[in-house]
Ligand binder design. Structure first.
Ligand code: BES
Ligand code: ZN
Length: 595
């Protein structure tokens, strides 16, 4: 509440990192990154030391800019927050150079053997810093409130290409003995969770003037087709939110182990290969990650408790972009689906549960574990209420102004509220009361004045789900013209458990198990698990051993362990699938399935 980032050891008021220079090489066989992080520090008068974050790092030596050793101490390790690294500041130039290497298990880097990639010939590695994992591959101040520009020189084994969330300086550098070296630079200051690095058999295909696709060469054709509309998304986003401030906007398709749908790394959006549905039906994730270029990346929540500022503004923009591209009805379908997920989360957590508030209490908790759909949908819903009160045009121009005023800053919810009062509410007490800002920000549950989204298409879908539930044969349902979004909603709306014969009837009629759309397949498999449907077990096993996306994997395991029927399957499948999963996901699953 007071705006301090409790998830970092850094004391930026004393001394803060303003620029990072990374010079590192990837030892793929040893699964270690080795190198030097040179940090430029801004210290307040009289400060004697700078405090950095580390986790699972081996610190080799620390020196100043001229090579003289600097004394340092490491604090006690905490399994989530890591160890504070306190370095005595040099007398001369305020530069601290840390020589270090990562551990094979450092959770911020995920190493894949060649067999675990699409191409099968060359290993792959990717970083994932969000929420507080960058400290496990770069010793710096890993705080949302400490923005840093960066440059990097990354050396990789022959055959590998490195990419980062930055300007690419040497697409094809020439270092020693078959190794390859890549140079990067990001001038705009960002919080460290947005620093991203990946390397593998990566190729590139432009899809627009400022947009292009990086992917394993084996996936490049499919990926370039699936995301061909990226440039138009970017143009629509600019029309709503103002100029894109990051230069290029490229996209990297990751291997199946990537635990999220997407991640908004500046200039290099990460996406899951589960978006490659073959029909462009899942590209809203790209709109979402592009929207983060304004919400989250341009301004960043100053603490993880303010995370809703990041995701709520992003979902609002994502819906606006989809409305511009696909029309009001398609956007309304997305919004309705979101509200259903929000309602389900409030039901699951309890209407009074603190985690159903926008401003969260995350003391002692890993902000990466605390993520629910609430900051996403409730956050966007608050912006909808304000939009409805003041009108779309006024709200949009307020938003553009906000993005400019907050650009390249880390801000708290309180600072945003002050800005809103100054630039939009302008002393109109009646307006603020109608919005109910306090209620939205700090009280649990679903506020009564939300704007309830409506979709005639999904209402028809829900009607068919009810008809099926009350006995209508699958073949007689009115499903003509349904696309993936309709099918997903249909499967989510069906009441469980279903008797085996009715599930079989559904599966035979619509072949969900063969769906190329991961959202549809997931919704089908969850329905099957909730109904203890034995014939679906091979499909569930195949899905869980080939996809590491947390949004699908966690709920399926959680549903499996709920019954004596499912638990043995969960244990067997987790044992097989574990090497695929990201470290953070595997740890969370251990809590669900048992280690
Ligand atoms: N920044 C998030 C991913 C994230 C959240 C990483 C929390 C670590 C902790 C990203 O922008 C996101 O929200 N991705 C969603 C997709 C989106 C369309 C809702 C996802 O991965 O499912
Ligand atoms: Zn997001």
């Amino acid at each position: 509440v007071n705006g301090r980032d409790i998830h970092s050891h850094a004391r930026p008021d004393e001394a803060r990192v303003v620029h990072l220079s990374l010079d590192a090489s990837l030892d793929v066989e040893a699964r270690r990154l080795r190198g030097r992080a040179t940090l430029r520090i801004e210290a307040s008068p009289g400060a004697e030391a700078v405090t950095l974050d580390t986790r699972d790092l081996r610190i080799v030596a620390i020196s100043d800019g001229s090579g003289a050793a600097l004394p340092f101490t490491l604090g006690d390790p905490d399994p989530v927050f890591g160890r504070a690294l306190r370095v005595t500041l040099p007398d001369g130039e305020p530069v601290v150079a840390v020589d270090y290497e990562t551990e094979p298990g450092s959770p911020g880097l995920h190493w894949l053997a060649a067999e675990q990639t699409a191409g099968g010939r060359i290993p792959f590695v990717f970083s994932q810093g969000h929420a507080i994992l960058t400290r496990s591959w770069i010793p710096t101040q890993d705080s949302v409130a400490v923005r840093q520009s960066y440059d990097a020189r990354i050396t990789v084994p022959e055959g590998m290409t490195a990419v980062m969330s930055a300007e690419h300086l040497t697409p094809d550098g020439v270092p020693a003995d078959g190794e390859r070296c890549f140079g990067f630079r990001l001038r705009e200051p960002i919080p460290p969770y947005l620093i991203a690095l990946a390397a593998g058999d990566i190729g590139f295909r432009p899809v627009g003037a400022r947009t292009g696709i990086f992917a394993e060469r084996a996936l490049l054709d499919r990926a370039a087709w699936e995301f061909a509309e990226m440039e138009r998304m970017l143009e629509e986003a600019e029309r709503i939110a103002g100029p894109y401030r990051w230069g290029r906007a490229d996209l990297l398709v990751l291997p199946p182990a990537f635990p999220f749908g997407g991640m908004e790394n500046p200039r290099l959006i990460y996406v899951s290969p589960t978006l490659l549905a073959g029909d462009r039906s899942l590209t809203t994730v790209v709109a979402h990650e592009l929207a983060h270029a304004w919400a989250g990346n341009l301004f960043t929540p100053a603490t993880w408790s303010d995370f809703w500022l990041n995701e709520g503004f992003t979902v609002y923009l994502e819906l606006r972009i989809q409305e511009a591209l696909q029309g009001a009805e398609r956007a309304a379908m997305l919004e309705v689906y979101g509200h259903r997920e929000w309602e389900a989360a409030v039901q699951r957590l309890g209407a009074d549960a603190p985690d159903t508030r926008l401003r969260l209490d995350l003391a002692g908790r890993d902000p990466g574990d605390a993520v629910t759909v609430v900051p996403y949908v409730k956050g966007a819903a608050l912006l909808r209420v304000i939009e409805a009160e003041v009108g779309r045009e006024r709200f949009t121009s307020y938003l553009r102004g906000w993005f400019e005023r907050a650009a390249f800053r880390s801000v708290t919810t309180a600072e945003w509220v002050a800005d809103l009062r100054e630039h939009l509410l302008a002393g109109d007490a009646g307006l603020e009361a109608r919005i109910g800002l306090r209620r939205w920000l700090d009280e649990p549950g679903v506020p009564e004045n939300r704007v309830v989204p409506r979709s005639v298409v999904l209402e028809a879908v829900e009607h068919e789900a009810e008809r099926f539930g009350s006995g209508t044969a699958a073949a007689r349902l009115a499903t003509d013209g349904w696309r993936a979004q309709e099918w997903r909603h249909f499967l989510t709306a069906i009441r469980t458990p279903l008797p085996g014969n009715r599930l079989r009837e559904l599966g035979d009629a619509f072949r969900f198990a063969a769906s190329a759309n991961a959202e549809v397949l997931f919704a089908w498999l969850r329905l099957a698990v909730r109904s203890h449907h034995d014939p679906a077990i091979p499909d569930i096993e195949r899905f869980l051993t080939s996809c590491g996306r947390a949004k699908f994997v966690r709920p399926l395991f959680a549903a499996l362990v709920e019954s004596a029927w499912g638990r043995p399957h969960a244990e067997r499948i987790f044992g097989r699938a574990r090497p695929l999963y990201h470290a953070a996901l595997a740890a969370a699953l251990e809590g669900i399935v048992g280690g």
